[in-house]
Design a binder for this molecule. Structure first.
Ligand SMILES: [Zn+2]
Length: 260
């Protein structure tokens, strides 16, 4: 298996994955989305809410705010030594206490842990009118996207690497090049080349006259993208997914050995 980074920043990573198969790529995709423990608001205690939004709506909005945290510092509540009661190892409390008029933003969430905060400061939560105020405490803990979408860590997807074959000359080669929405195709005489921007849309194949062009996806090479929707960096998500994948395989191996 080979990996080559195509593009990378804090929030998004795109890489070429080679010498593997769709089953492996798909497992990695699913794990990177919904199996990595992530922090999100689970319960909210309201002392006061004069705003136009119901408590439930505000709770829902708070739960969707991505939180920056250090993975090593947190335990899932179920396995924490506090036995699920809630402690600083498994829980973070955000307090909001604000008087209107004005918008309550994510930056108004005062964290009980200085290392945990909303990813962005300017996410609007609720607008307060004249003489309205809000006071609440929101408890965040770890969970995974498989149990609730608010814990999803990333949007991950892959494309099959394109390959092109030509069998003889095409009369309207220039037209085929022009219709490609990704500008990925080039044809010179009997030879076609394609870049990895191709998403196998087949527009060139439909246009070719006569039909002497074939575009297929290589099912051993994938252009893989992971875009973070959480407080974790894209690279961190990829590394965590790999670690979880390995743990699952080891667990499977352990169970298999018991069957002997
Ligand atoms: Zn605990």
């Amino acid at each position: 298996m080979k990996i080559k980074i195509i593009d990378k920043n804090e929030r998004k990573i795109t890489f070429l994955l080679e010498e593997t198969n769709p089953q492996f790529a798909n497992a990695l995709r699913r794990i990177s989305r919904v199996e990595i423990p992530n922090l999100a608001v689970q319960t909210v205690d309201f002392s006061k809410n004069d705003s136009a939004l119901y408590d439930e709506v505000i709770s829902h909005r708070l739960a969707l705010i991505p939180l920056v945290f250090n993975q090593k510092d947190f335990e899932p509540k179920e396995t924490c030594k506090c036995e699920g009661k809630g402690c600083s190892l498994c829980e973070v409390v955000f307090a909001i206490n604000k008087k209107g008029p004005g918008m309550v933003y994510s930056k108004d969430m005062k964290s009980s842990n200085p290392d945990v905060k909303p990813l962005y400061d300017n996410i609007p939560i609720v607008e307060l009118g004249e003489d309205q105020s809000i006071k609440l405490e929101a408890m965040a803990s770890l969970g995974i996207g498989r149990s609730h979408a608010k814990f999803n860590t990333a949007v991950s997807f892959y494309r099959f690497y394109p390959s092109v074959e030509m069998n003889g000359e095409i009369k309207n080669a220039n037209e085929c090049i022009r219709v490609c929405p990704k500008h990925a195709l080039d044809i010179k005489g009997n030879k076609a080349t394609i870049t990895d921007a191709c998403d196998l849309c087949q527009e060139c194949v439909k246009t070719a006259n006569p039909k002497k062009i074939k575009i297929t996806g290589d099912n051993t090479r994938f252009i893989f993208t992971i875009e973070s929707v959480s407080g974790l960096s894209a690279e961190n998500i990829l590394l965590s997914a790999t670690k979880i994948f390995k743990e699952k395989a080891q667990e499977f191996e352990k169970e298999m050995k018991k069957l002997k």
